[in-house]
Design a protein around this ligand. Structure first.
Ligand code: SAH
Length: 332
């Protein structure tokens, strides 16, 4: 019977994976990965490893939690090294305990390797830390998705004075949370920062106050995945961060290569802040990425992007490849 490694991928920048995570991916026979995962991490997998998407989109659940658990369990009957790759830290709003319990119940050996949770990773990539001596000496990580009435009982105004509130999965409840905090007596001028796709090259952020954050977010068109930071340190995001200063920051880049590139080679782009999407064509083409390309590359082609070709036949091969994946979209 195989064993399962549940690993955290970090918030987006693929190089934020831990060493444990890296080794687990390199040894994997099968990888079950989530929706918010940077696909570049999958290029760490051995060429014969199976890649299985088990993403849950907010609007429609591709797989339920129990279906994912069943898949993990049945995979251990066939494969030695099963990897469950989750966004951020599996132990923070990652439902890891449910997956672990299901494995334990079946006597399956497992390990859980943490990742960098978005609260700490995204904040520093946006230019501030969630704790700061004498400014923010406590942090409250929460998700207001469940019972708002219960959430209103938390001393939010108090927590945000001399502390930082970080809300996961909170965008739909932003207006309600602001209202609760103002009712509790928080200042209208309390800084609030929202960061979308933090630590990805496509990172966007707005800095406002309790009074203006809703309007500011609407105007900037920020959506999930996004984190809401409330408290004095949030104001520090007002200037460009070290990450936002990188030479390729914000550049959506499709890299089309005739030759397979290694994980480290791909990182040379993300290390400069690029929002990189790799596509290997021709002899380097990898079947396992077809559904990923359909889900992520096709929408990207409707946006503004830069394309980099490697190999003289890459442009023509890319056109053939696009025809194939577009054609396959309905059929497959
Ligand atoms: N286990 C994850 C959280 C999963 S819940 C972690 O430790 O980070 C999913 C929520 O996390 C999203 O709705 C969003 O609020 C937040 N999130 C994850 N990645 C993010 C990113 N790159 N930028 C902003 N928010 C992110």
């Amino acid at each position: 019977m195989g064993k399962v490694a549940l690993i955290g991928a970090g918030p987006g920048d693929p190089a934020l994976i831990t060493y444990h995570g890296l080794r687990a991916l390199q040894n994997a026979d099968i990888i079950f990965y989530d929706r918010l995962l940077n696909p570049i991490l999958l290029y760490l997998a051995p060429e014969d490893a199976k890649l299985v998407y088990v993403g849950k989109a907010p609007e429609h659940h591709a797989y339920t939690q129990s279906e994912i658990q069943e898949k993990l369990i049945s995979a251990t009957k066939k494969y030695d090294n099963v990897v469950r790759l989750k966004g951020g830290d599996p132990g923070i709003f990652g439902r890891v305990e449910e997956e672990v319990q299901a494995l334990a119940k079946h006597g399956i050996e497992y390990a859980v390797y943490p990742g960098i949770t978005s609260a700490s990773g995204v904040s520093v990539y946006a230019g501030f830390a969630i704790t700061e001596r004498h400014v923010s000496e406590k942090v409250f990580l929460a998700t207001p998705t469940a019972q708002l009435q219960e959430f209103a009982q938390e001393p939010l105004a108090q927590l945000s004075a001399g502390g930082t509130i970080v809300l996961y999965m909170g965008m739909e409840k932003l207006v309600a949370v602001v209202k609760i905090m103002l009712t509790q007596g928080a200042s209208e001028s309390l800084p609030v920062t929202v960061v979308e796709w933090g630590s990805w090259g496509r990172q966007k952020k707005v800095v406002a106050t309790l009074a203006t954050i809703h309007e500011t977010v609407e105007k900037a068109g920020l959506h999930n995945p996004a984190l809401i930071f409330i408290g004095p340190v949030a104001a520090k995001a007002a200037t460009k961060s070290w990450f936002e200063e990188l030479p390729r920051f914000g550049q959506k880049t499709i890299l089309v290569s005739e030759k397979k590139l290694t994980f480290d080679e791909l990182l040379t782009y993300t290390d400069q802040g690029a929002d990189l999407y790799p596509v290997f064509v021709g002899a380097a083409f990898d079947e396992r990425f077809i559904s990923l390309h359909q889900r992520l590359l096709l929408p990207l082609l409707k946006e503004e992007y830069e394309i980099i070709y490697q190999g003289k036949n890459a442009p023509a091969l890319f056109q053939d490849f696009l025809k194939e994946i577009k054609g396959g979209q309905n059929g497959r």
